[in-house]
Ligand binder design. Sequence first.
Ligand SMILES: [Zn+2]
Length: 305
Amino acid sequence: MPEKGDSVLERVRCNLCGADDTAPVTEIDGFHIVRCRQCGLIYVNPRYREELLQRIYTETYYDHDGIQNGLEFFGYDNYLEDEENIRITFAKRLKTIERYATKGKLLDIGCATGFFLDLAKSRGWEVVGSEVSEFSVRYAREKLGLDVRLGTLRDLQFDAQSFDVITMWDVIEHVPDPIGELQEVRRILRDGGLLSIITPDVGSLVARFLGSRWEEFRRVREHVYFFSRRTMTEALRKVGFEVLRIEHADKVFCLGPAMHRLKYYTWDGMLTNTATRWVYKLGLDKIRININPFTKMTVYARKQK
Ligand SMILES: [Zn+2]
């Protein structure tokens, strides 16, 4: 990412209510996270321009140690190595989706390497993915033989009412215009169709307790909007969705990598590192655990006519 400066940054109004009236929440690496005084939406302002926001998602995004070109951001530690855990997590989510929707055509926005699509396809769904990372699109097409399109949702212009289910996991916090994105989702989803969103919950106890140490805030270069249950519900209502259910998202991890991540949340890094070393030494690192950090929300919403 380029150095900060007027030419690469832009100031934006509140995406949810259009006001330009904010109070500071926190500051991370010179980026200001603010809260709209009118509606409560939390966002980064000013932030990187749209075209720069998209440049992050290269191959290294899915496999790196959190540092690129000397600038710290996060991405995923090692997405491909974590495949099996990711698939277990996705299988649980698909089960919930199947409770609310009849099998048909499914679009996964920001599908990454396509693991969820692959799983849904094996269970009889007709699947399409969209993704802005060229590396991921190539992987999904070549290794998994999936129909994954390169580009933003707006670029791709899917037909109106062409999907029964749309999933948008760990995506909406990255997009420059979430309300516009939800309107586009609504257009391409059939009436009564199901939308599932996963995004950090800025109203969660963890977020409030950790403040500027919260990992989701620290990804300030890639995360530009932070929804709470309330602002997410309001955004969906405004665009024409009825929220069916909101829950905290859990995820299956191996103990080793989970310990690695713990260092972002703890004050005593030494203690955590020692504990992590012991986990590996004792061969416990591959033990599978289901963690619910109560920091992300999973939303299920139905398109209203
Ligand atoms: Zn607002």
